[in-house]
Every structure is written in C-alpha cells, then in structure tokens.
Ligand binder design. Structure first.
Ligand code: SF4
Length: 284
C-alpha cells in the first residue's frame, strides 16, 4: 500500500490555487489570440485585446486575473493502492483556506445562502471523488467564477425533444445570458444521466482540455454544430457583439431513463482558470 502525507496535499492545493488564479493555461491564451485574429467586430476585437493584455499583466505582476477568485471546484482521482490515515476532505479544505488567505485572494463563500455570513477563507470547496488504478492522487481544480455559474442552466427535456431540443436549450441559455457570464465562453454541456448527474457531467466537461474532442460520435457532432451556432448568436466578447461568443463546446453524455432527456449547460467565462497535479504515493 502507498501513502501521501497530509502536509503534501495541503501544500499542493495551496500552491495550485495561487498559481491558477494568476495564470491562464497557454492553450486558453492561444485560443483567445486565434479568436482575436478572426474577430470582425471592432468592439469585440478590442475586448479580446484587453482580455489578452489582462492575462499578461496578471502573470507579470503576479496578481489575480479577475477580482472574482471563485468557488474552488475539485475533481480528485484516488489510486486504489493509496491509504489515508487522515481526512482527505479536511486536508484539501485546509489547503484551500491557506491558498485564499496567504494568497490574498477574495473570499467568496458564505456559510448559509440566507444568513450570508462569509466563511472568511473560501472554504468549503466543492469536491468530487473518483477511484483509479495505481498509487497516484490526481488533483484537478478550478476557481469557478460566480458570474458564469449564475447563468448556467438545467432542464429536464422530453425524449421527443431530441437533438433539436438540446441545441435550442443551449442556444437559448447563451442568448439569454448575454454578457453576464463574461464571454467568450467555454460551454460545458451534459446530456443524459438524471437530475444531479447531468449537472456533474456538464461541470466535468469544463475540465477537459480545450482542444480535445468528445470520444462519442454523437457528442462530437453536437460539439461542432453547437460551437458554430453559438458563434452566430452575435453575443460576442463581453456581450458587445461579434463572432467570438464561445471558444469551445464540450459535450459529455451518460445513459438515462427511457422517459427522460436531462440537459445541463455549465458556462465557463474567459477567465478559465484550472490546474492539474499528480502526486505519487510512497510505500506506507
Ligand atoms: S464570470 Fe469570470 S471573468 Fe466574469 S467576473 Fe466572474 S470570474 Fe471574472
């Protein structure tokens, strides 16, 4: 059996958060630069130029990309050969607390939706666990902005609504959202599963690399058609018009009930911050 020290988990999460909030992955920057070259709307183009400049300044001056440093979302893959003599969730949240306080990042979590009392360290994170083979702990995390999350949507369609129903719901969600989710977006779409699972797979879609394609043919074709049709909505960068409303669409699907067609649309703003780190266990 293998172990990973609690302190290593804490230090890793802390460092990942601080880095994630201040730097955009090169693949995202490349997409933004490509979109800038192609954008024909003058306002849209100028917004893209500002977004590209903003991420350069954040990196050079070691400051957050955006004032909203989000809710921390983690997908944790646990190797089956690992053993833990501590509470992994507690260790992750300790790392979150240190990342947001020592990193001087905005704390955006309230203890209860009605009393609105801030927890003061951005805990608790939203954590999803999964098991994998081996002795590794794979940590995927993303500080998820509130603006894009607020404009996300879920609907239980009828199977008769079919593919057209899915497309119409995604387009309607993005059109209604306008500039509020801070486009250009990455659009995570979940189809199938049930009420809670469809939201989970839509969120997980946002953690896929921006340049990958769905492995399932039906999902891949939907991704291509949705990207083209979303970019014809003329929402544009920050809602100011143009052909760059989305940088990518990611569709994840799951089996579902014969009487159901759940669809979830999880929007990610242009400040698409995320990190992945793999920790390897040592012999326990
Ligand atoms: S939606 Fe994204 S870019 Fe807009 S304020 Fe929130 S984190 Fe910042």
């Amino acid at each position: 059996m293998y172990k990973i020290e609690r302190q290593l988990v804490i230090d890793t999460i802390k460092a990942m958060i601080i880095e994630a909030t201040k730097t955009l992955d090169k693949t995202i920057v490349d997409k933004l630069e490509y979109a800038f070259d192609k954008e024909v709307n003058i306002l849209g183009k100028s917004v893209l130029a500002k977004i590209i400049e903003n991420q350069k300044i954040a990196k050079e001056e070691n400051i957050p990309l955006c004032q909203d440093t989000g809710v921390l979302v983690c997908f944790i893959e646990i190797g089956r050969e690992l053993v833990f003599d501590y509470d992994l969730t507690e260790a992750i949240n300790r790392g979150v607390s240190l990342g947001y306080t020592d990193g001087y990042l905005r704390k955006s979590i309230v203890r209860h939706p009605l009393n609105r009392i801030n927890t003061l360290d951005n805990t608790p994170a939203v954590i999803h666990y999964d098991f994998i083979e081996g002795n590794e702990l794979v940590i995927h995390l993303a500080p998820k902005g509130g603006g894009s999350e607020n404009m996300s949507s879920l609907k239980m369609l009828s199977p008769a609504d079919g593919r057209d129903g899915i497309i119409n719901f995604v387009l309607e969600t993005i059109k209604n959202a306008g500039g509020k989710p801070c486009p250009p977006l990455i659009v995570g779409v979940g189809i199938g599963g049930n009420f809670e699972h469809v939201a989970y797979i839509a969120k997980k879609a946002l953690f896929r690399p921006i340049n990958d394609q769905a492995k399932v043919l039906e999902d891949r074709l939907l991704e291509e058609e949705l990207l083209e049709r979303i970019n014809k909505l003329n929402v544009g960068p920050m809602g100011l018009g143009g052909i760059t409303t989305a940088l990518a669409v990611k569709v994840n699907s799951a089996p579902c009930h014969i009487a159901a067609l759940p669809v979830a649309v999880n929007l990610q703003c242009h400040s698409a911050r995320k990190k992945e780190v793999t920790l390897v266990g040592t012999i326990a």
